[in-house]
Design a protein around this ligand. Structure first.
Ligand code: ATP
Ligand code: MG
Length: 448
């Protein structure tokens, strides 16, 4: 923070004004003066001041009246009251109203310096506080979605806009990037917030079951249907349906859901009655649905229906700037849960965490912090507490991940075909677009 202030002296005695002007100008501040409370208010209205020195005894509007006006209308302006020695009660009263300090006349330059020092300190503290508060607001803006990186900021800006309208949203991102968190935040900010948010993991439910889960069924609709049951499409009534792993549903289910989205009506399994439904659809997937469309397992018309709006959450390794904030957040969370006071990581440990690739993204980071907090006996976590995270380069040979194997295999194939993408793609049994994406994703380069 710059210590150059905009200061104004308000005193009806010219000699006092002159000496203040001289003194503060010499110190590099921007100084102005006013001979009365009225003149002072006029000047403040035109340009804001950081600090006012105000004499108590002035004709017209006295210093206390001016102080009252300034503290209520310009709370960022600090006021130091100048009062005659012997009228200490007035000074006390001024402090109660909101003066930052007082000077008793006559005073020596070193007393003035002391007051200035205090004022500057106070200002630093205020701006630090505002800074911290601003950060806190940023952090808690959306139900615990932490992030300050550019892509996360963009998502934060998008959420309220998306919440406002009712279009279908598709959230894409690798596992653990926070897709469900974002879906919940959209629901919470939307007019549908008073109604249910129902998450359904399409990948975990077999297709036949999914149908009756979503659409409901009548008594006797199938063996075991001993009584009628409403499906989630009815139960959600007015709220938000979150279909996780939408890429896993069968083409038949895609057609059924497409019809629901178009007609806003359903029929329960084993019934012919059409029932009105009202919900907003948010879907999520870890997969590249365009590839599924190319491979004919995902319908294009359904795809366009569910992704009127698309949010892509980048993997954590592409927004490493969020790691420190996330670490801080999870340390606090798990310290509270375990009632352990673990609130720091050493800078070495921090570097280690920043260097790691996080294939499991934020979920993996959260688990790592939880584990380290639970096992730690110290207040500060160091590198040893994160030894279980192996940086990719030093991962034991023979225990390579599938991704690493894929990367090597692609690289070898490309080398074999002299980096001819078309022929390499053919040999790999994938299409060119996919191969280009993988080349980009793994940052593969021709060594030649
Ligand atoms: N930006 C974030 N801030 C705080 N916590 C986060 C953030 N992103 C993810 N998390 C946490 O990580 C975990 C995984 O998040 P979530 O379930 O939303 O991920 P997902 O993308 O739906 O993963 P999956 O594809 O595996 O279902 C949750 O515990 C969530 O609270
Ligand atoms: Mg999920």
């Amino acid at each position: 923070m710059s210590s150059k202030l905009r200061i104004m002296i308000v005193d009806d005695e010219m000699i006092v004004r002159e000496s203040f002007l001289h003194w503060f100008t010499k110190q590099g501040h921007v100084v102005d003066s006013a001979a009365s409370g009225f003149e002072a208010l006029e000047k403040i209205e035109r340009t804001p001041f950081d600090l006012l020195f105000v004499d108590i005894k002035m004709p017209g509007m006295n210093g206390i009246e001016l102080l009252e006006k300034v503290t209520s209308e310009y709370p960022d302006t600090l006021v130091v009251i100048i009062t005659a020695f012997g009228s200490i009660e007035t000074a006390v009263k001024a402090m109660k109203i909101g003066a930052s300090d007082y000077l008793l006349k006559p005073f020596r330059p070193d007393q003035l310096n002391l007051v200035m020092e205090k004022i500057l300190q106070q200002r630093t503290m205020t701006s630090e506080y505002n800074y911290l508060k601003g950060r806190l607001e940023k952090i808690t803006r959306f139900d615990n979605i932490i992030g300050a990186s550019e892509p996360m900021e963009a998502i934060f800006q998008l959420i309220p806009e998306i919440a406002e309208n009712d279009a279908s949203v598709l959230i894409t991102g690798e596992t653990g990037t926070g897709k469900e968190l974002v879906a919940k935040a959209i629901h919470a900010k939307s007019p549908r917030a008073p109604y249910p948010f129902i998450p359904i993991n399409c990948g975990a439910i077999p297709d036949s079951l999914l149908e009756s889960e979503l659409f409901g069924h009548n008594k006797g609709a199938f063996t075991g249907a001993t009584h009628a049951r409403k499906g989630f499409l009815e139960v959600v009534s007015g709220g938000t349906l979150f279909l996780d792993e939408i890429g896993e549903i069968s083409p038949k289910m895609q057609i059924d859901l497409l019809r629901v989205l178009e007609e806003k009506k359903i029929t329960r399994v084993g019934s012919s009655e059409r029932i009105d439904v009202d919900f907003r659809l948010i879907s999520a997937t870890r997969r590249n649905l365009e590839e599924h469309i190319a491979g004919k397992t995902f319908r294009q018309d359904f795809f366009y229906r569910i992704k009127v709006i698309e949010i892509q959450i980048p993997p954590l390794r592409e927004r490493k700037g969020d790691i420190p904030l996330l670490v801080e957040h999870f340390l606090e969370k798990y310290s509270q849960e375990t009632t352990k006071q673990v609130d720091h990581v050493t800078s070495d440990a921090g570097t280690h965490l920043m260097g790691y690739d996080w294939p499991g993204n934020v979920r993996e980071l959260e688990n790592a912090i939880e584990r380290a907090v639970v096992l730690s006996r110290r207040r500060t976590l160091d590198v040893r507490d994160f030894a279980f995270l192996m940086p990719p380069e030093t991962a034991a040979p023979g225990h390579r991940t599938l991704l690493e194997m894929e990367k090597d295999h692609i690289l070898n194939t490309l080398a074999e075909f002299n980096w001819n993408v078309t022929r390499s793609a053919e040999a790999l049994g994938i299409n060119r677009v996919t191969l280009h994406k993988k080349i980009k994703r793994y940052n593969l380069k021709d060594r030649e």
